[in-house]
Each structure stands twice: as structure tokens, then as C-alpha cells.
Write a protein that binds this ligand. Structure first.
Ligand code: ADP
Ligand code: MG
Length: 331
């Protein structure tokens, strides 16, 4: 039975307000009108900034065509939550623009489950979208809020600030390499399965971004790889960055999968980690570290900011350069 556009939206994306779980209460806050009209009506409180971002993910570009639909639903929202995290904002509402080759109920069920699970975990309400037929393309717009003037920017770093990253780097790139070399689900050790999971289900650092507000001087999320992303933060702050490659945090799973040199290259140039890159004044570092520890999130100092421009990479004290820059769609 063919599923019509409106049945599809009603069945998979319109959700009744439930029994009042905390995340639902937060998701409902500020929603005057959600799915069903020509547009949603949303309210931020006086004294708050509305924080907006949009990111599309395209089959064959951002994920292999064989990716499980649950992972695609998760990723579409996760990449947007990561942008909100990098601003230190609270994610609140999402809109979903979905282009689908066919209205396949099994696919939609799984896709919606991946999206809704992550939305629920962060108290985000899906308040609208658009549904069309065509090559698979998933675009989510996210809206969040932050107390006026407090959102973290890329431009706020000062000379002498420490450069820190959350979590471990390079895992997602290794996970993607495993998927591409084998077949989906064909990772052949627990470590490799962990790396694939890091690619398929990125964890946006939303709580930490909020905690870093008022402590960090600058932040961005790592979507294209440190080697491509850090120069952008340095340029936005009008400063140079110096990074000691031997300090990059590498997971045990990555170290098991790759040689040390390969692992470092993945940590530098691999995309899709969705960890946060932050700058923090040395005297505030302890507060930031305490916030990370409270969330059970590793935090690692990898370098510092200086007057000047560009990024100086070093390995054990000697100048070194990443073999590849970060990912660029048009290069
Ligand atoms: P319009 O023709 O005015 O653009 P649509 O028919 O596209 O309206 O959508 C009807 C309602 O369903 C709108 O409220 C829209 O925001 C919502 N909607 C459409 N597609 C989706 C989707 N994939 N996810 C969530 N809401 C959607
Ligand atoms: Mg529409």
C-alpha cells in the first residue's frame, strides 16, 4: 500500500504530547504551534538569543549508501546538535526537510526511531519540515537559545589561551574506513565495532557546550577534521595556533586498529568526530576540566594560541605538517 505524503508525516513525524517526561516538557516549552500548519510558532524568553543552524546530509557524501536508516536519522540531528553545542546553546526545536526515493515504511520507521531517540534525549521538539520525492537527502534545521550575549563564538580566543578538545579524535574516520573496506556490520573485533559505532552514532557534546559557556573563550565543533577546522577558529580569532600532535587524544580502539602514525593522521585529518574544540584562558582551565569531569567526558590540552596567524603543528618538538587538510566538498 502506497503511503501518501500526509499519512507519512502523521505516522512518522507527528508525535502526540505524552505523559510529561522531563525531556517532553522541555521540548514543549515555547512551542505555540508545531507540525500541521503552514509554519511553526515558537517563542524564546525575553533576555535570550535565538540560535539557528542548518546542515544537510547526503547519501554517498556524508554517509555510505548502505548506512542503516536508524543511523541516518541519528546523524541528521546529531550534526546539527553539535553546531548548537559549539555555541554553548540549549537545543530546542528542529525542522526536517526530507527527500526520499520512496516511502518505504520499514526505512521510515527506523529513520524516525533514530531521529526521535536523539531528539528525546536532548528535549528537542520536531516542529515542522518538508517532504518530497527524489534522491535521498536529509536536511535538519535546528533552533536553540542562549542567555543574551553568552553564546560561544569562534572569534573569542586570546593569546595564551589553551586549546582543548573533548573525547578522542580520529575514531569516526577509522569507523568509516572499516565500513568502506568491509561491508556494513562486518567489523571483526569489538574495537572495530566501537569505531564503526563512533561513525554511525556521533554523540554531540551538548551538555558540555552549555557548561563551557562563560568559561571557554571560543569554541567550534570538529566536523571536518582538526587540520581543517582549527585554522578556521584561529582565523576567526585573528590569532595563530600551536598544536603538539603527540598530545592528540587517541582511543584504545583506534590504537588497536592503526599504527601510531596512522592514528595521528586520522585524528588530524579525519572528519565526523563531532567533538568540541575550545580555547580557554589558563586560569580558567580547571573550571572547564571540572565541568568535563562532571559529565564523564575526557578533555585534553593540545596546544595554545599566540599572536600571529595560521597553525604551527609540531611532533615531539619538531615542526610537522598534517598529510592532508580537512574535508572540503569542492576540493
Ligand atoms: P506546505 O505545503 O505548507 O509546505 P506541507 O504539506 O509541506 O506544508 O507540510 C504540512 C505540515 O507538515 C507542515 O506543518 C510541515 O511543517 C509539516 N511537515 C512536512 N514534512 C515534515 C517532516 N518530514 N517532518 C516534520 N514535519 C513535516
Ligand atoms: Mg512544505
Amino acid at each position: 500500500m502506497a503511503l501518501g505524503e500526509f499519512d507519512l508525516i502523521r505516522r512518522y513525524f507527528l508525535r502526540e504530547a505524552g505523559a510529561g517526561a522531563r525531556s517532553e516538557a522541555r521540548a514543549a516549552a515555547g512551542v505555540e504551534l508545531g507540525i500541521g500548519d503552514d509554519a511553526a510558532l515558537l517563542r524564546v524568553a525575553d533576555g535570550e538569543d535565538l540560535v539557528a543552524a542548518v546542515d544537510a546530509i547526503v547519501a554517498g557524501r556524508h554517509f555510505p549508501a548502505c548506512t542503516a536508516p536508524r543511523s541516518i536519522g541519528h546523524r541528521a540531528l546529531a550534526v546539527n546538535l553539535s553546531d548548537i553545542a559549539a555555541m554553548g546553546a540549549v537545543p530546542r526545536w528542529a525542522l526536517l526537510s526530507l527527500t526520499l526515493p520512496a516511502a518505504d515504511p520499514d526505512w521510515l520507521e527506523e529513520f524516525a526511531a533514530g531521529l526521535h531517540a536523539l531528539a528525546d534525549a536532548h528535549g528537542v521538539a520536531l516542529v515542522g519540515g518538508d517532504t518530497t520525492a527524489g534522491p535521498l537527502n536529509v536536511c535538519v534545521q535546528i533552533l536553540g537559545s542562549a542567555p543574551r550575549g553568552t553564546a560561544l563564538r569562534r572569534s573569542g580566543a586570546a593569546p595564551g589561551d589553551l586549546i582543548v578538545v573533548t573525547g578522542t579524535l580520529g575514531d569516526a574516520a577509522a569507523g568509516l574506513a572499516i565500513v568502506q573496506a568491509h561491508a556494513p556490520g562486518a567489523a571483526d573485533s569489538p574495537g572495530q565495532r566501537e569505531l564503526v559505532r563512533r561513525f554511525d552514532y556521533p554523540v554531540p557534546r551538548v551538555e558540555f557546550g552549555i557548561a563551557a559557556r562563560g568559561i571557554a573563550s571560543a569554541a567550534m565543533d570538529l566536523s571536518d577534521g582538526l587540520a581543517g577546522d582549527l585554522p578556521r577558529l584561529a582565523a576567526a580569532s585573528g590569532l595563530a595556533a600551536a598544536v603538539a600532535i603527540e598530545r592528540l587524544p587517541l582511543s584504545a580502539a583506534l590504537r588497536e586498529y592503526a599504527s601510531l602514525a596512522e592514528a595521528r593522521e586520522l585524528a588530524l585529518s579525519g572528519g565526523d568526530d563531532y567533538e568540541l574544540l575550545l580555547c580557554v584562558a589558563p586560569q580558567r582551565y580547571q573550571s572547564l576540566a571540572a565541568a568535563a569531569e562532571a559529565l564523564g567526558l575526557p578533555l585534553c590540552v593540545i596546544g595554545e594560541m599566540h599572536a600571529g596567524s595560521g597553525v604551527a603543528w609540531s611532533l615531539d618538538g619538531a615542526p610537522a605538517a598534517p598529510a592532508r587538510q580537512g574535508f572540503d566538498h569542492f576540493r
